[in-house]
Design a protein around this ligand. Sequence first.
Ligand code: PGA
Length: 252
Amino acid sequence: MKTTYLFANWKMYLNRTESKTLALEFKKIAATMSPSVSMGVFPSALSFAEVQYMLGDAPVVLGAQYVYWVEKGGYTGEVSAQMYKEAGAMYALVGHSERRHLAGETNHMVRQKMEAALEAALIPVLCVGETQAEHDAGQALEVVEVQLRSALENLAVVANQPVLIVYEPVWAIGTGVSCDPTEVAQMHERVTAFAAALVPQAQIAVLYGGSVRPENVLAFLTQPLVAGVLVGAASVKLDSWLAITEAVSKQS
Ligand code: PGA
């Protein structure tokens, strides 16, 4: 059975109370979903434990929005991959464009986080994508390949280790302007092939992210190599998340 990943990246949109309330709704929604859908939520570090508590035994996996690559020590403000693992996370976003562009995360730092996530037995969700200027200059593929090579080349990965990759064009994130599904399909073909050549022993699935909404989610998910979606703004409002999950349920 092919898994469809439906991942909610809550970013810094919700406070603790709002996170708890929405987690309870996610629990109700998850009970209605087909087992072929893997629903995941990436809450803020502060809400993580309570979201987990509210979800209880619901089939919703948890992920970290961000991990640091050192396990323990004098790193004020950081949270390590091991700490998230211990707290019950299954996934870790690595190299989200908001980290790359707002917090200056380099490809080298992204690589360290990939290694730390694997070391901590978290499944990395590697985000890649080009800026508007790079897109306009026809450099999207080149940029994404550099990001993939840096993150994945010679990575110590055991056979069948799941590695998720999200193609998220920077210009499509939080803008309401999503990428054309045909372009997404082409990019996914290249990303899938390129990543498989870099880590042939891994089990790779490639998701799309960037202004996913109820009205366009199926246009992405019906592309042959799109294994799921990472949703930001539309995942923090109950009505739009419900509409997305309903659209996917009808399809699966
Ligand atoms: P968006 O964010 O859905 O708000 O565009 C997606 C993401 O950043 O993962």
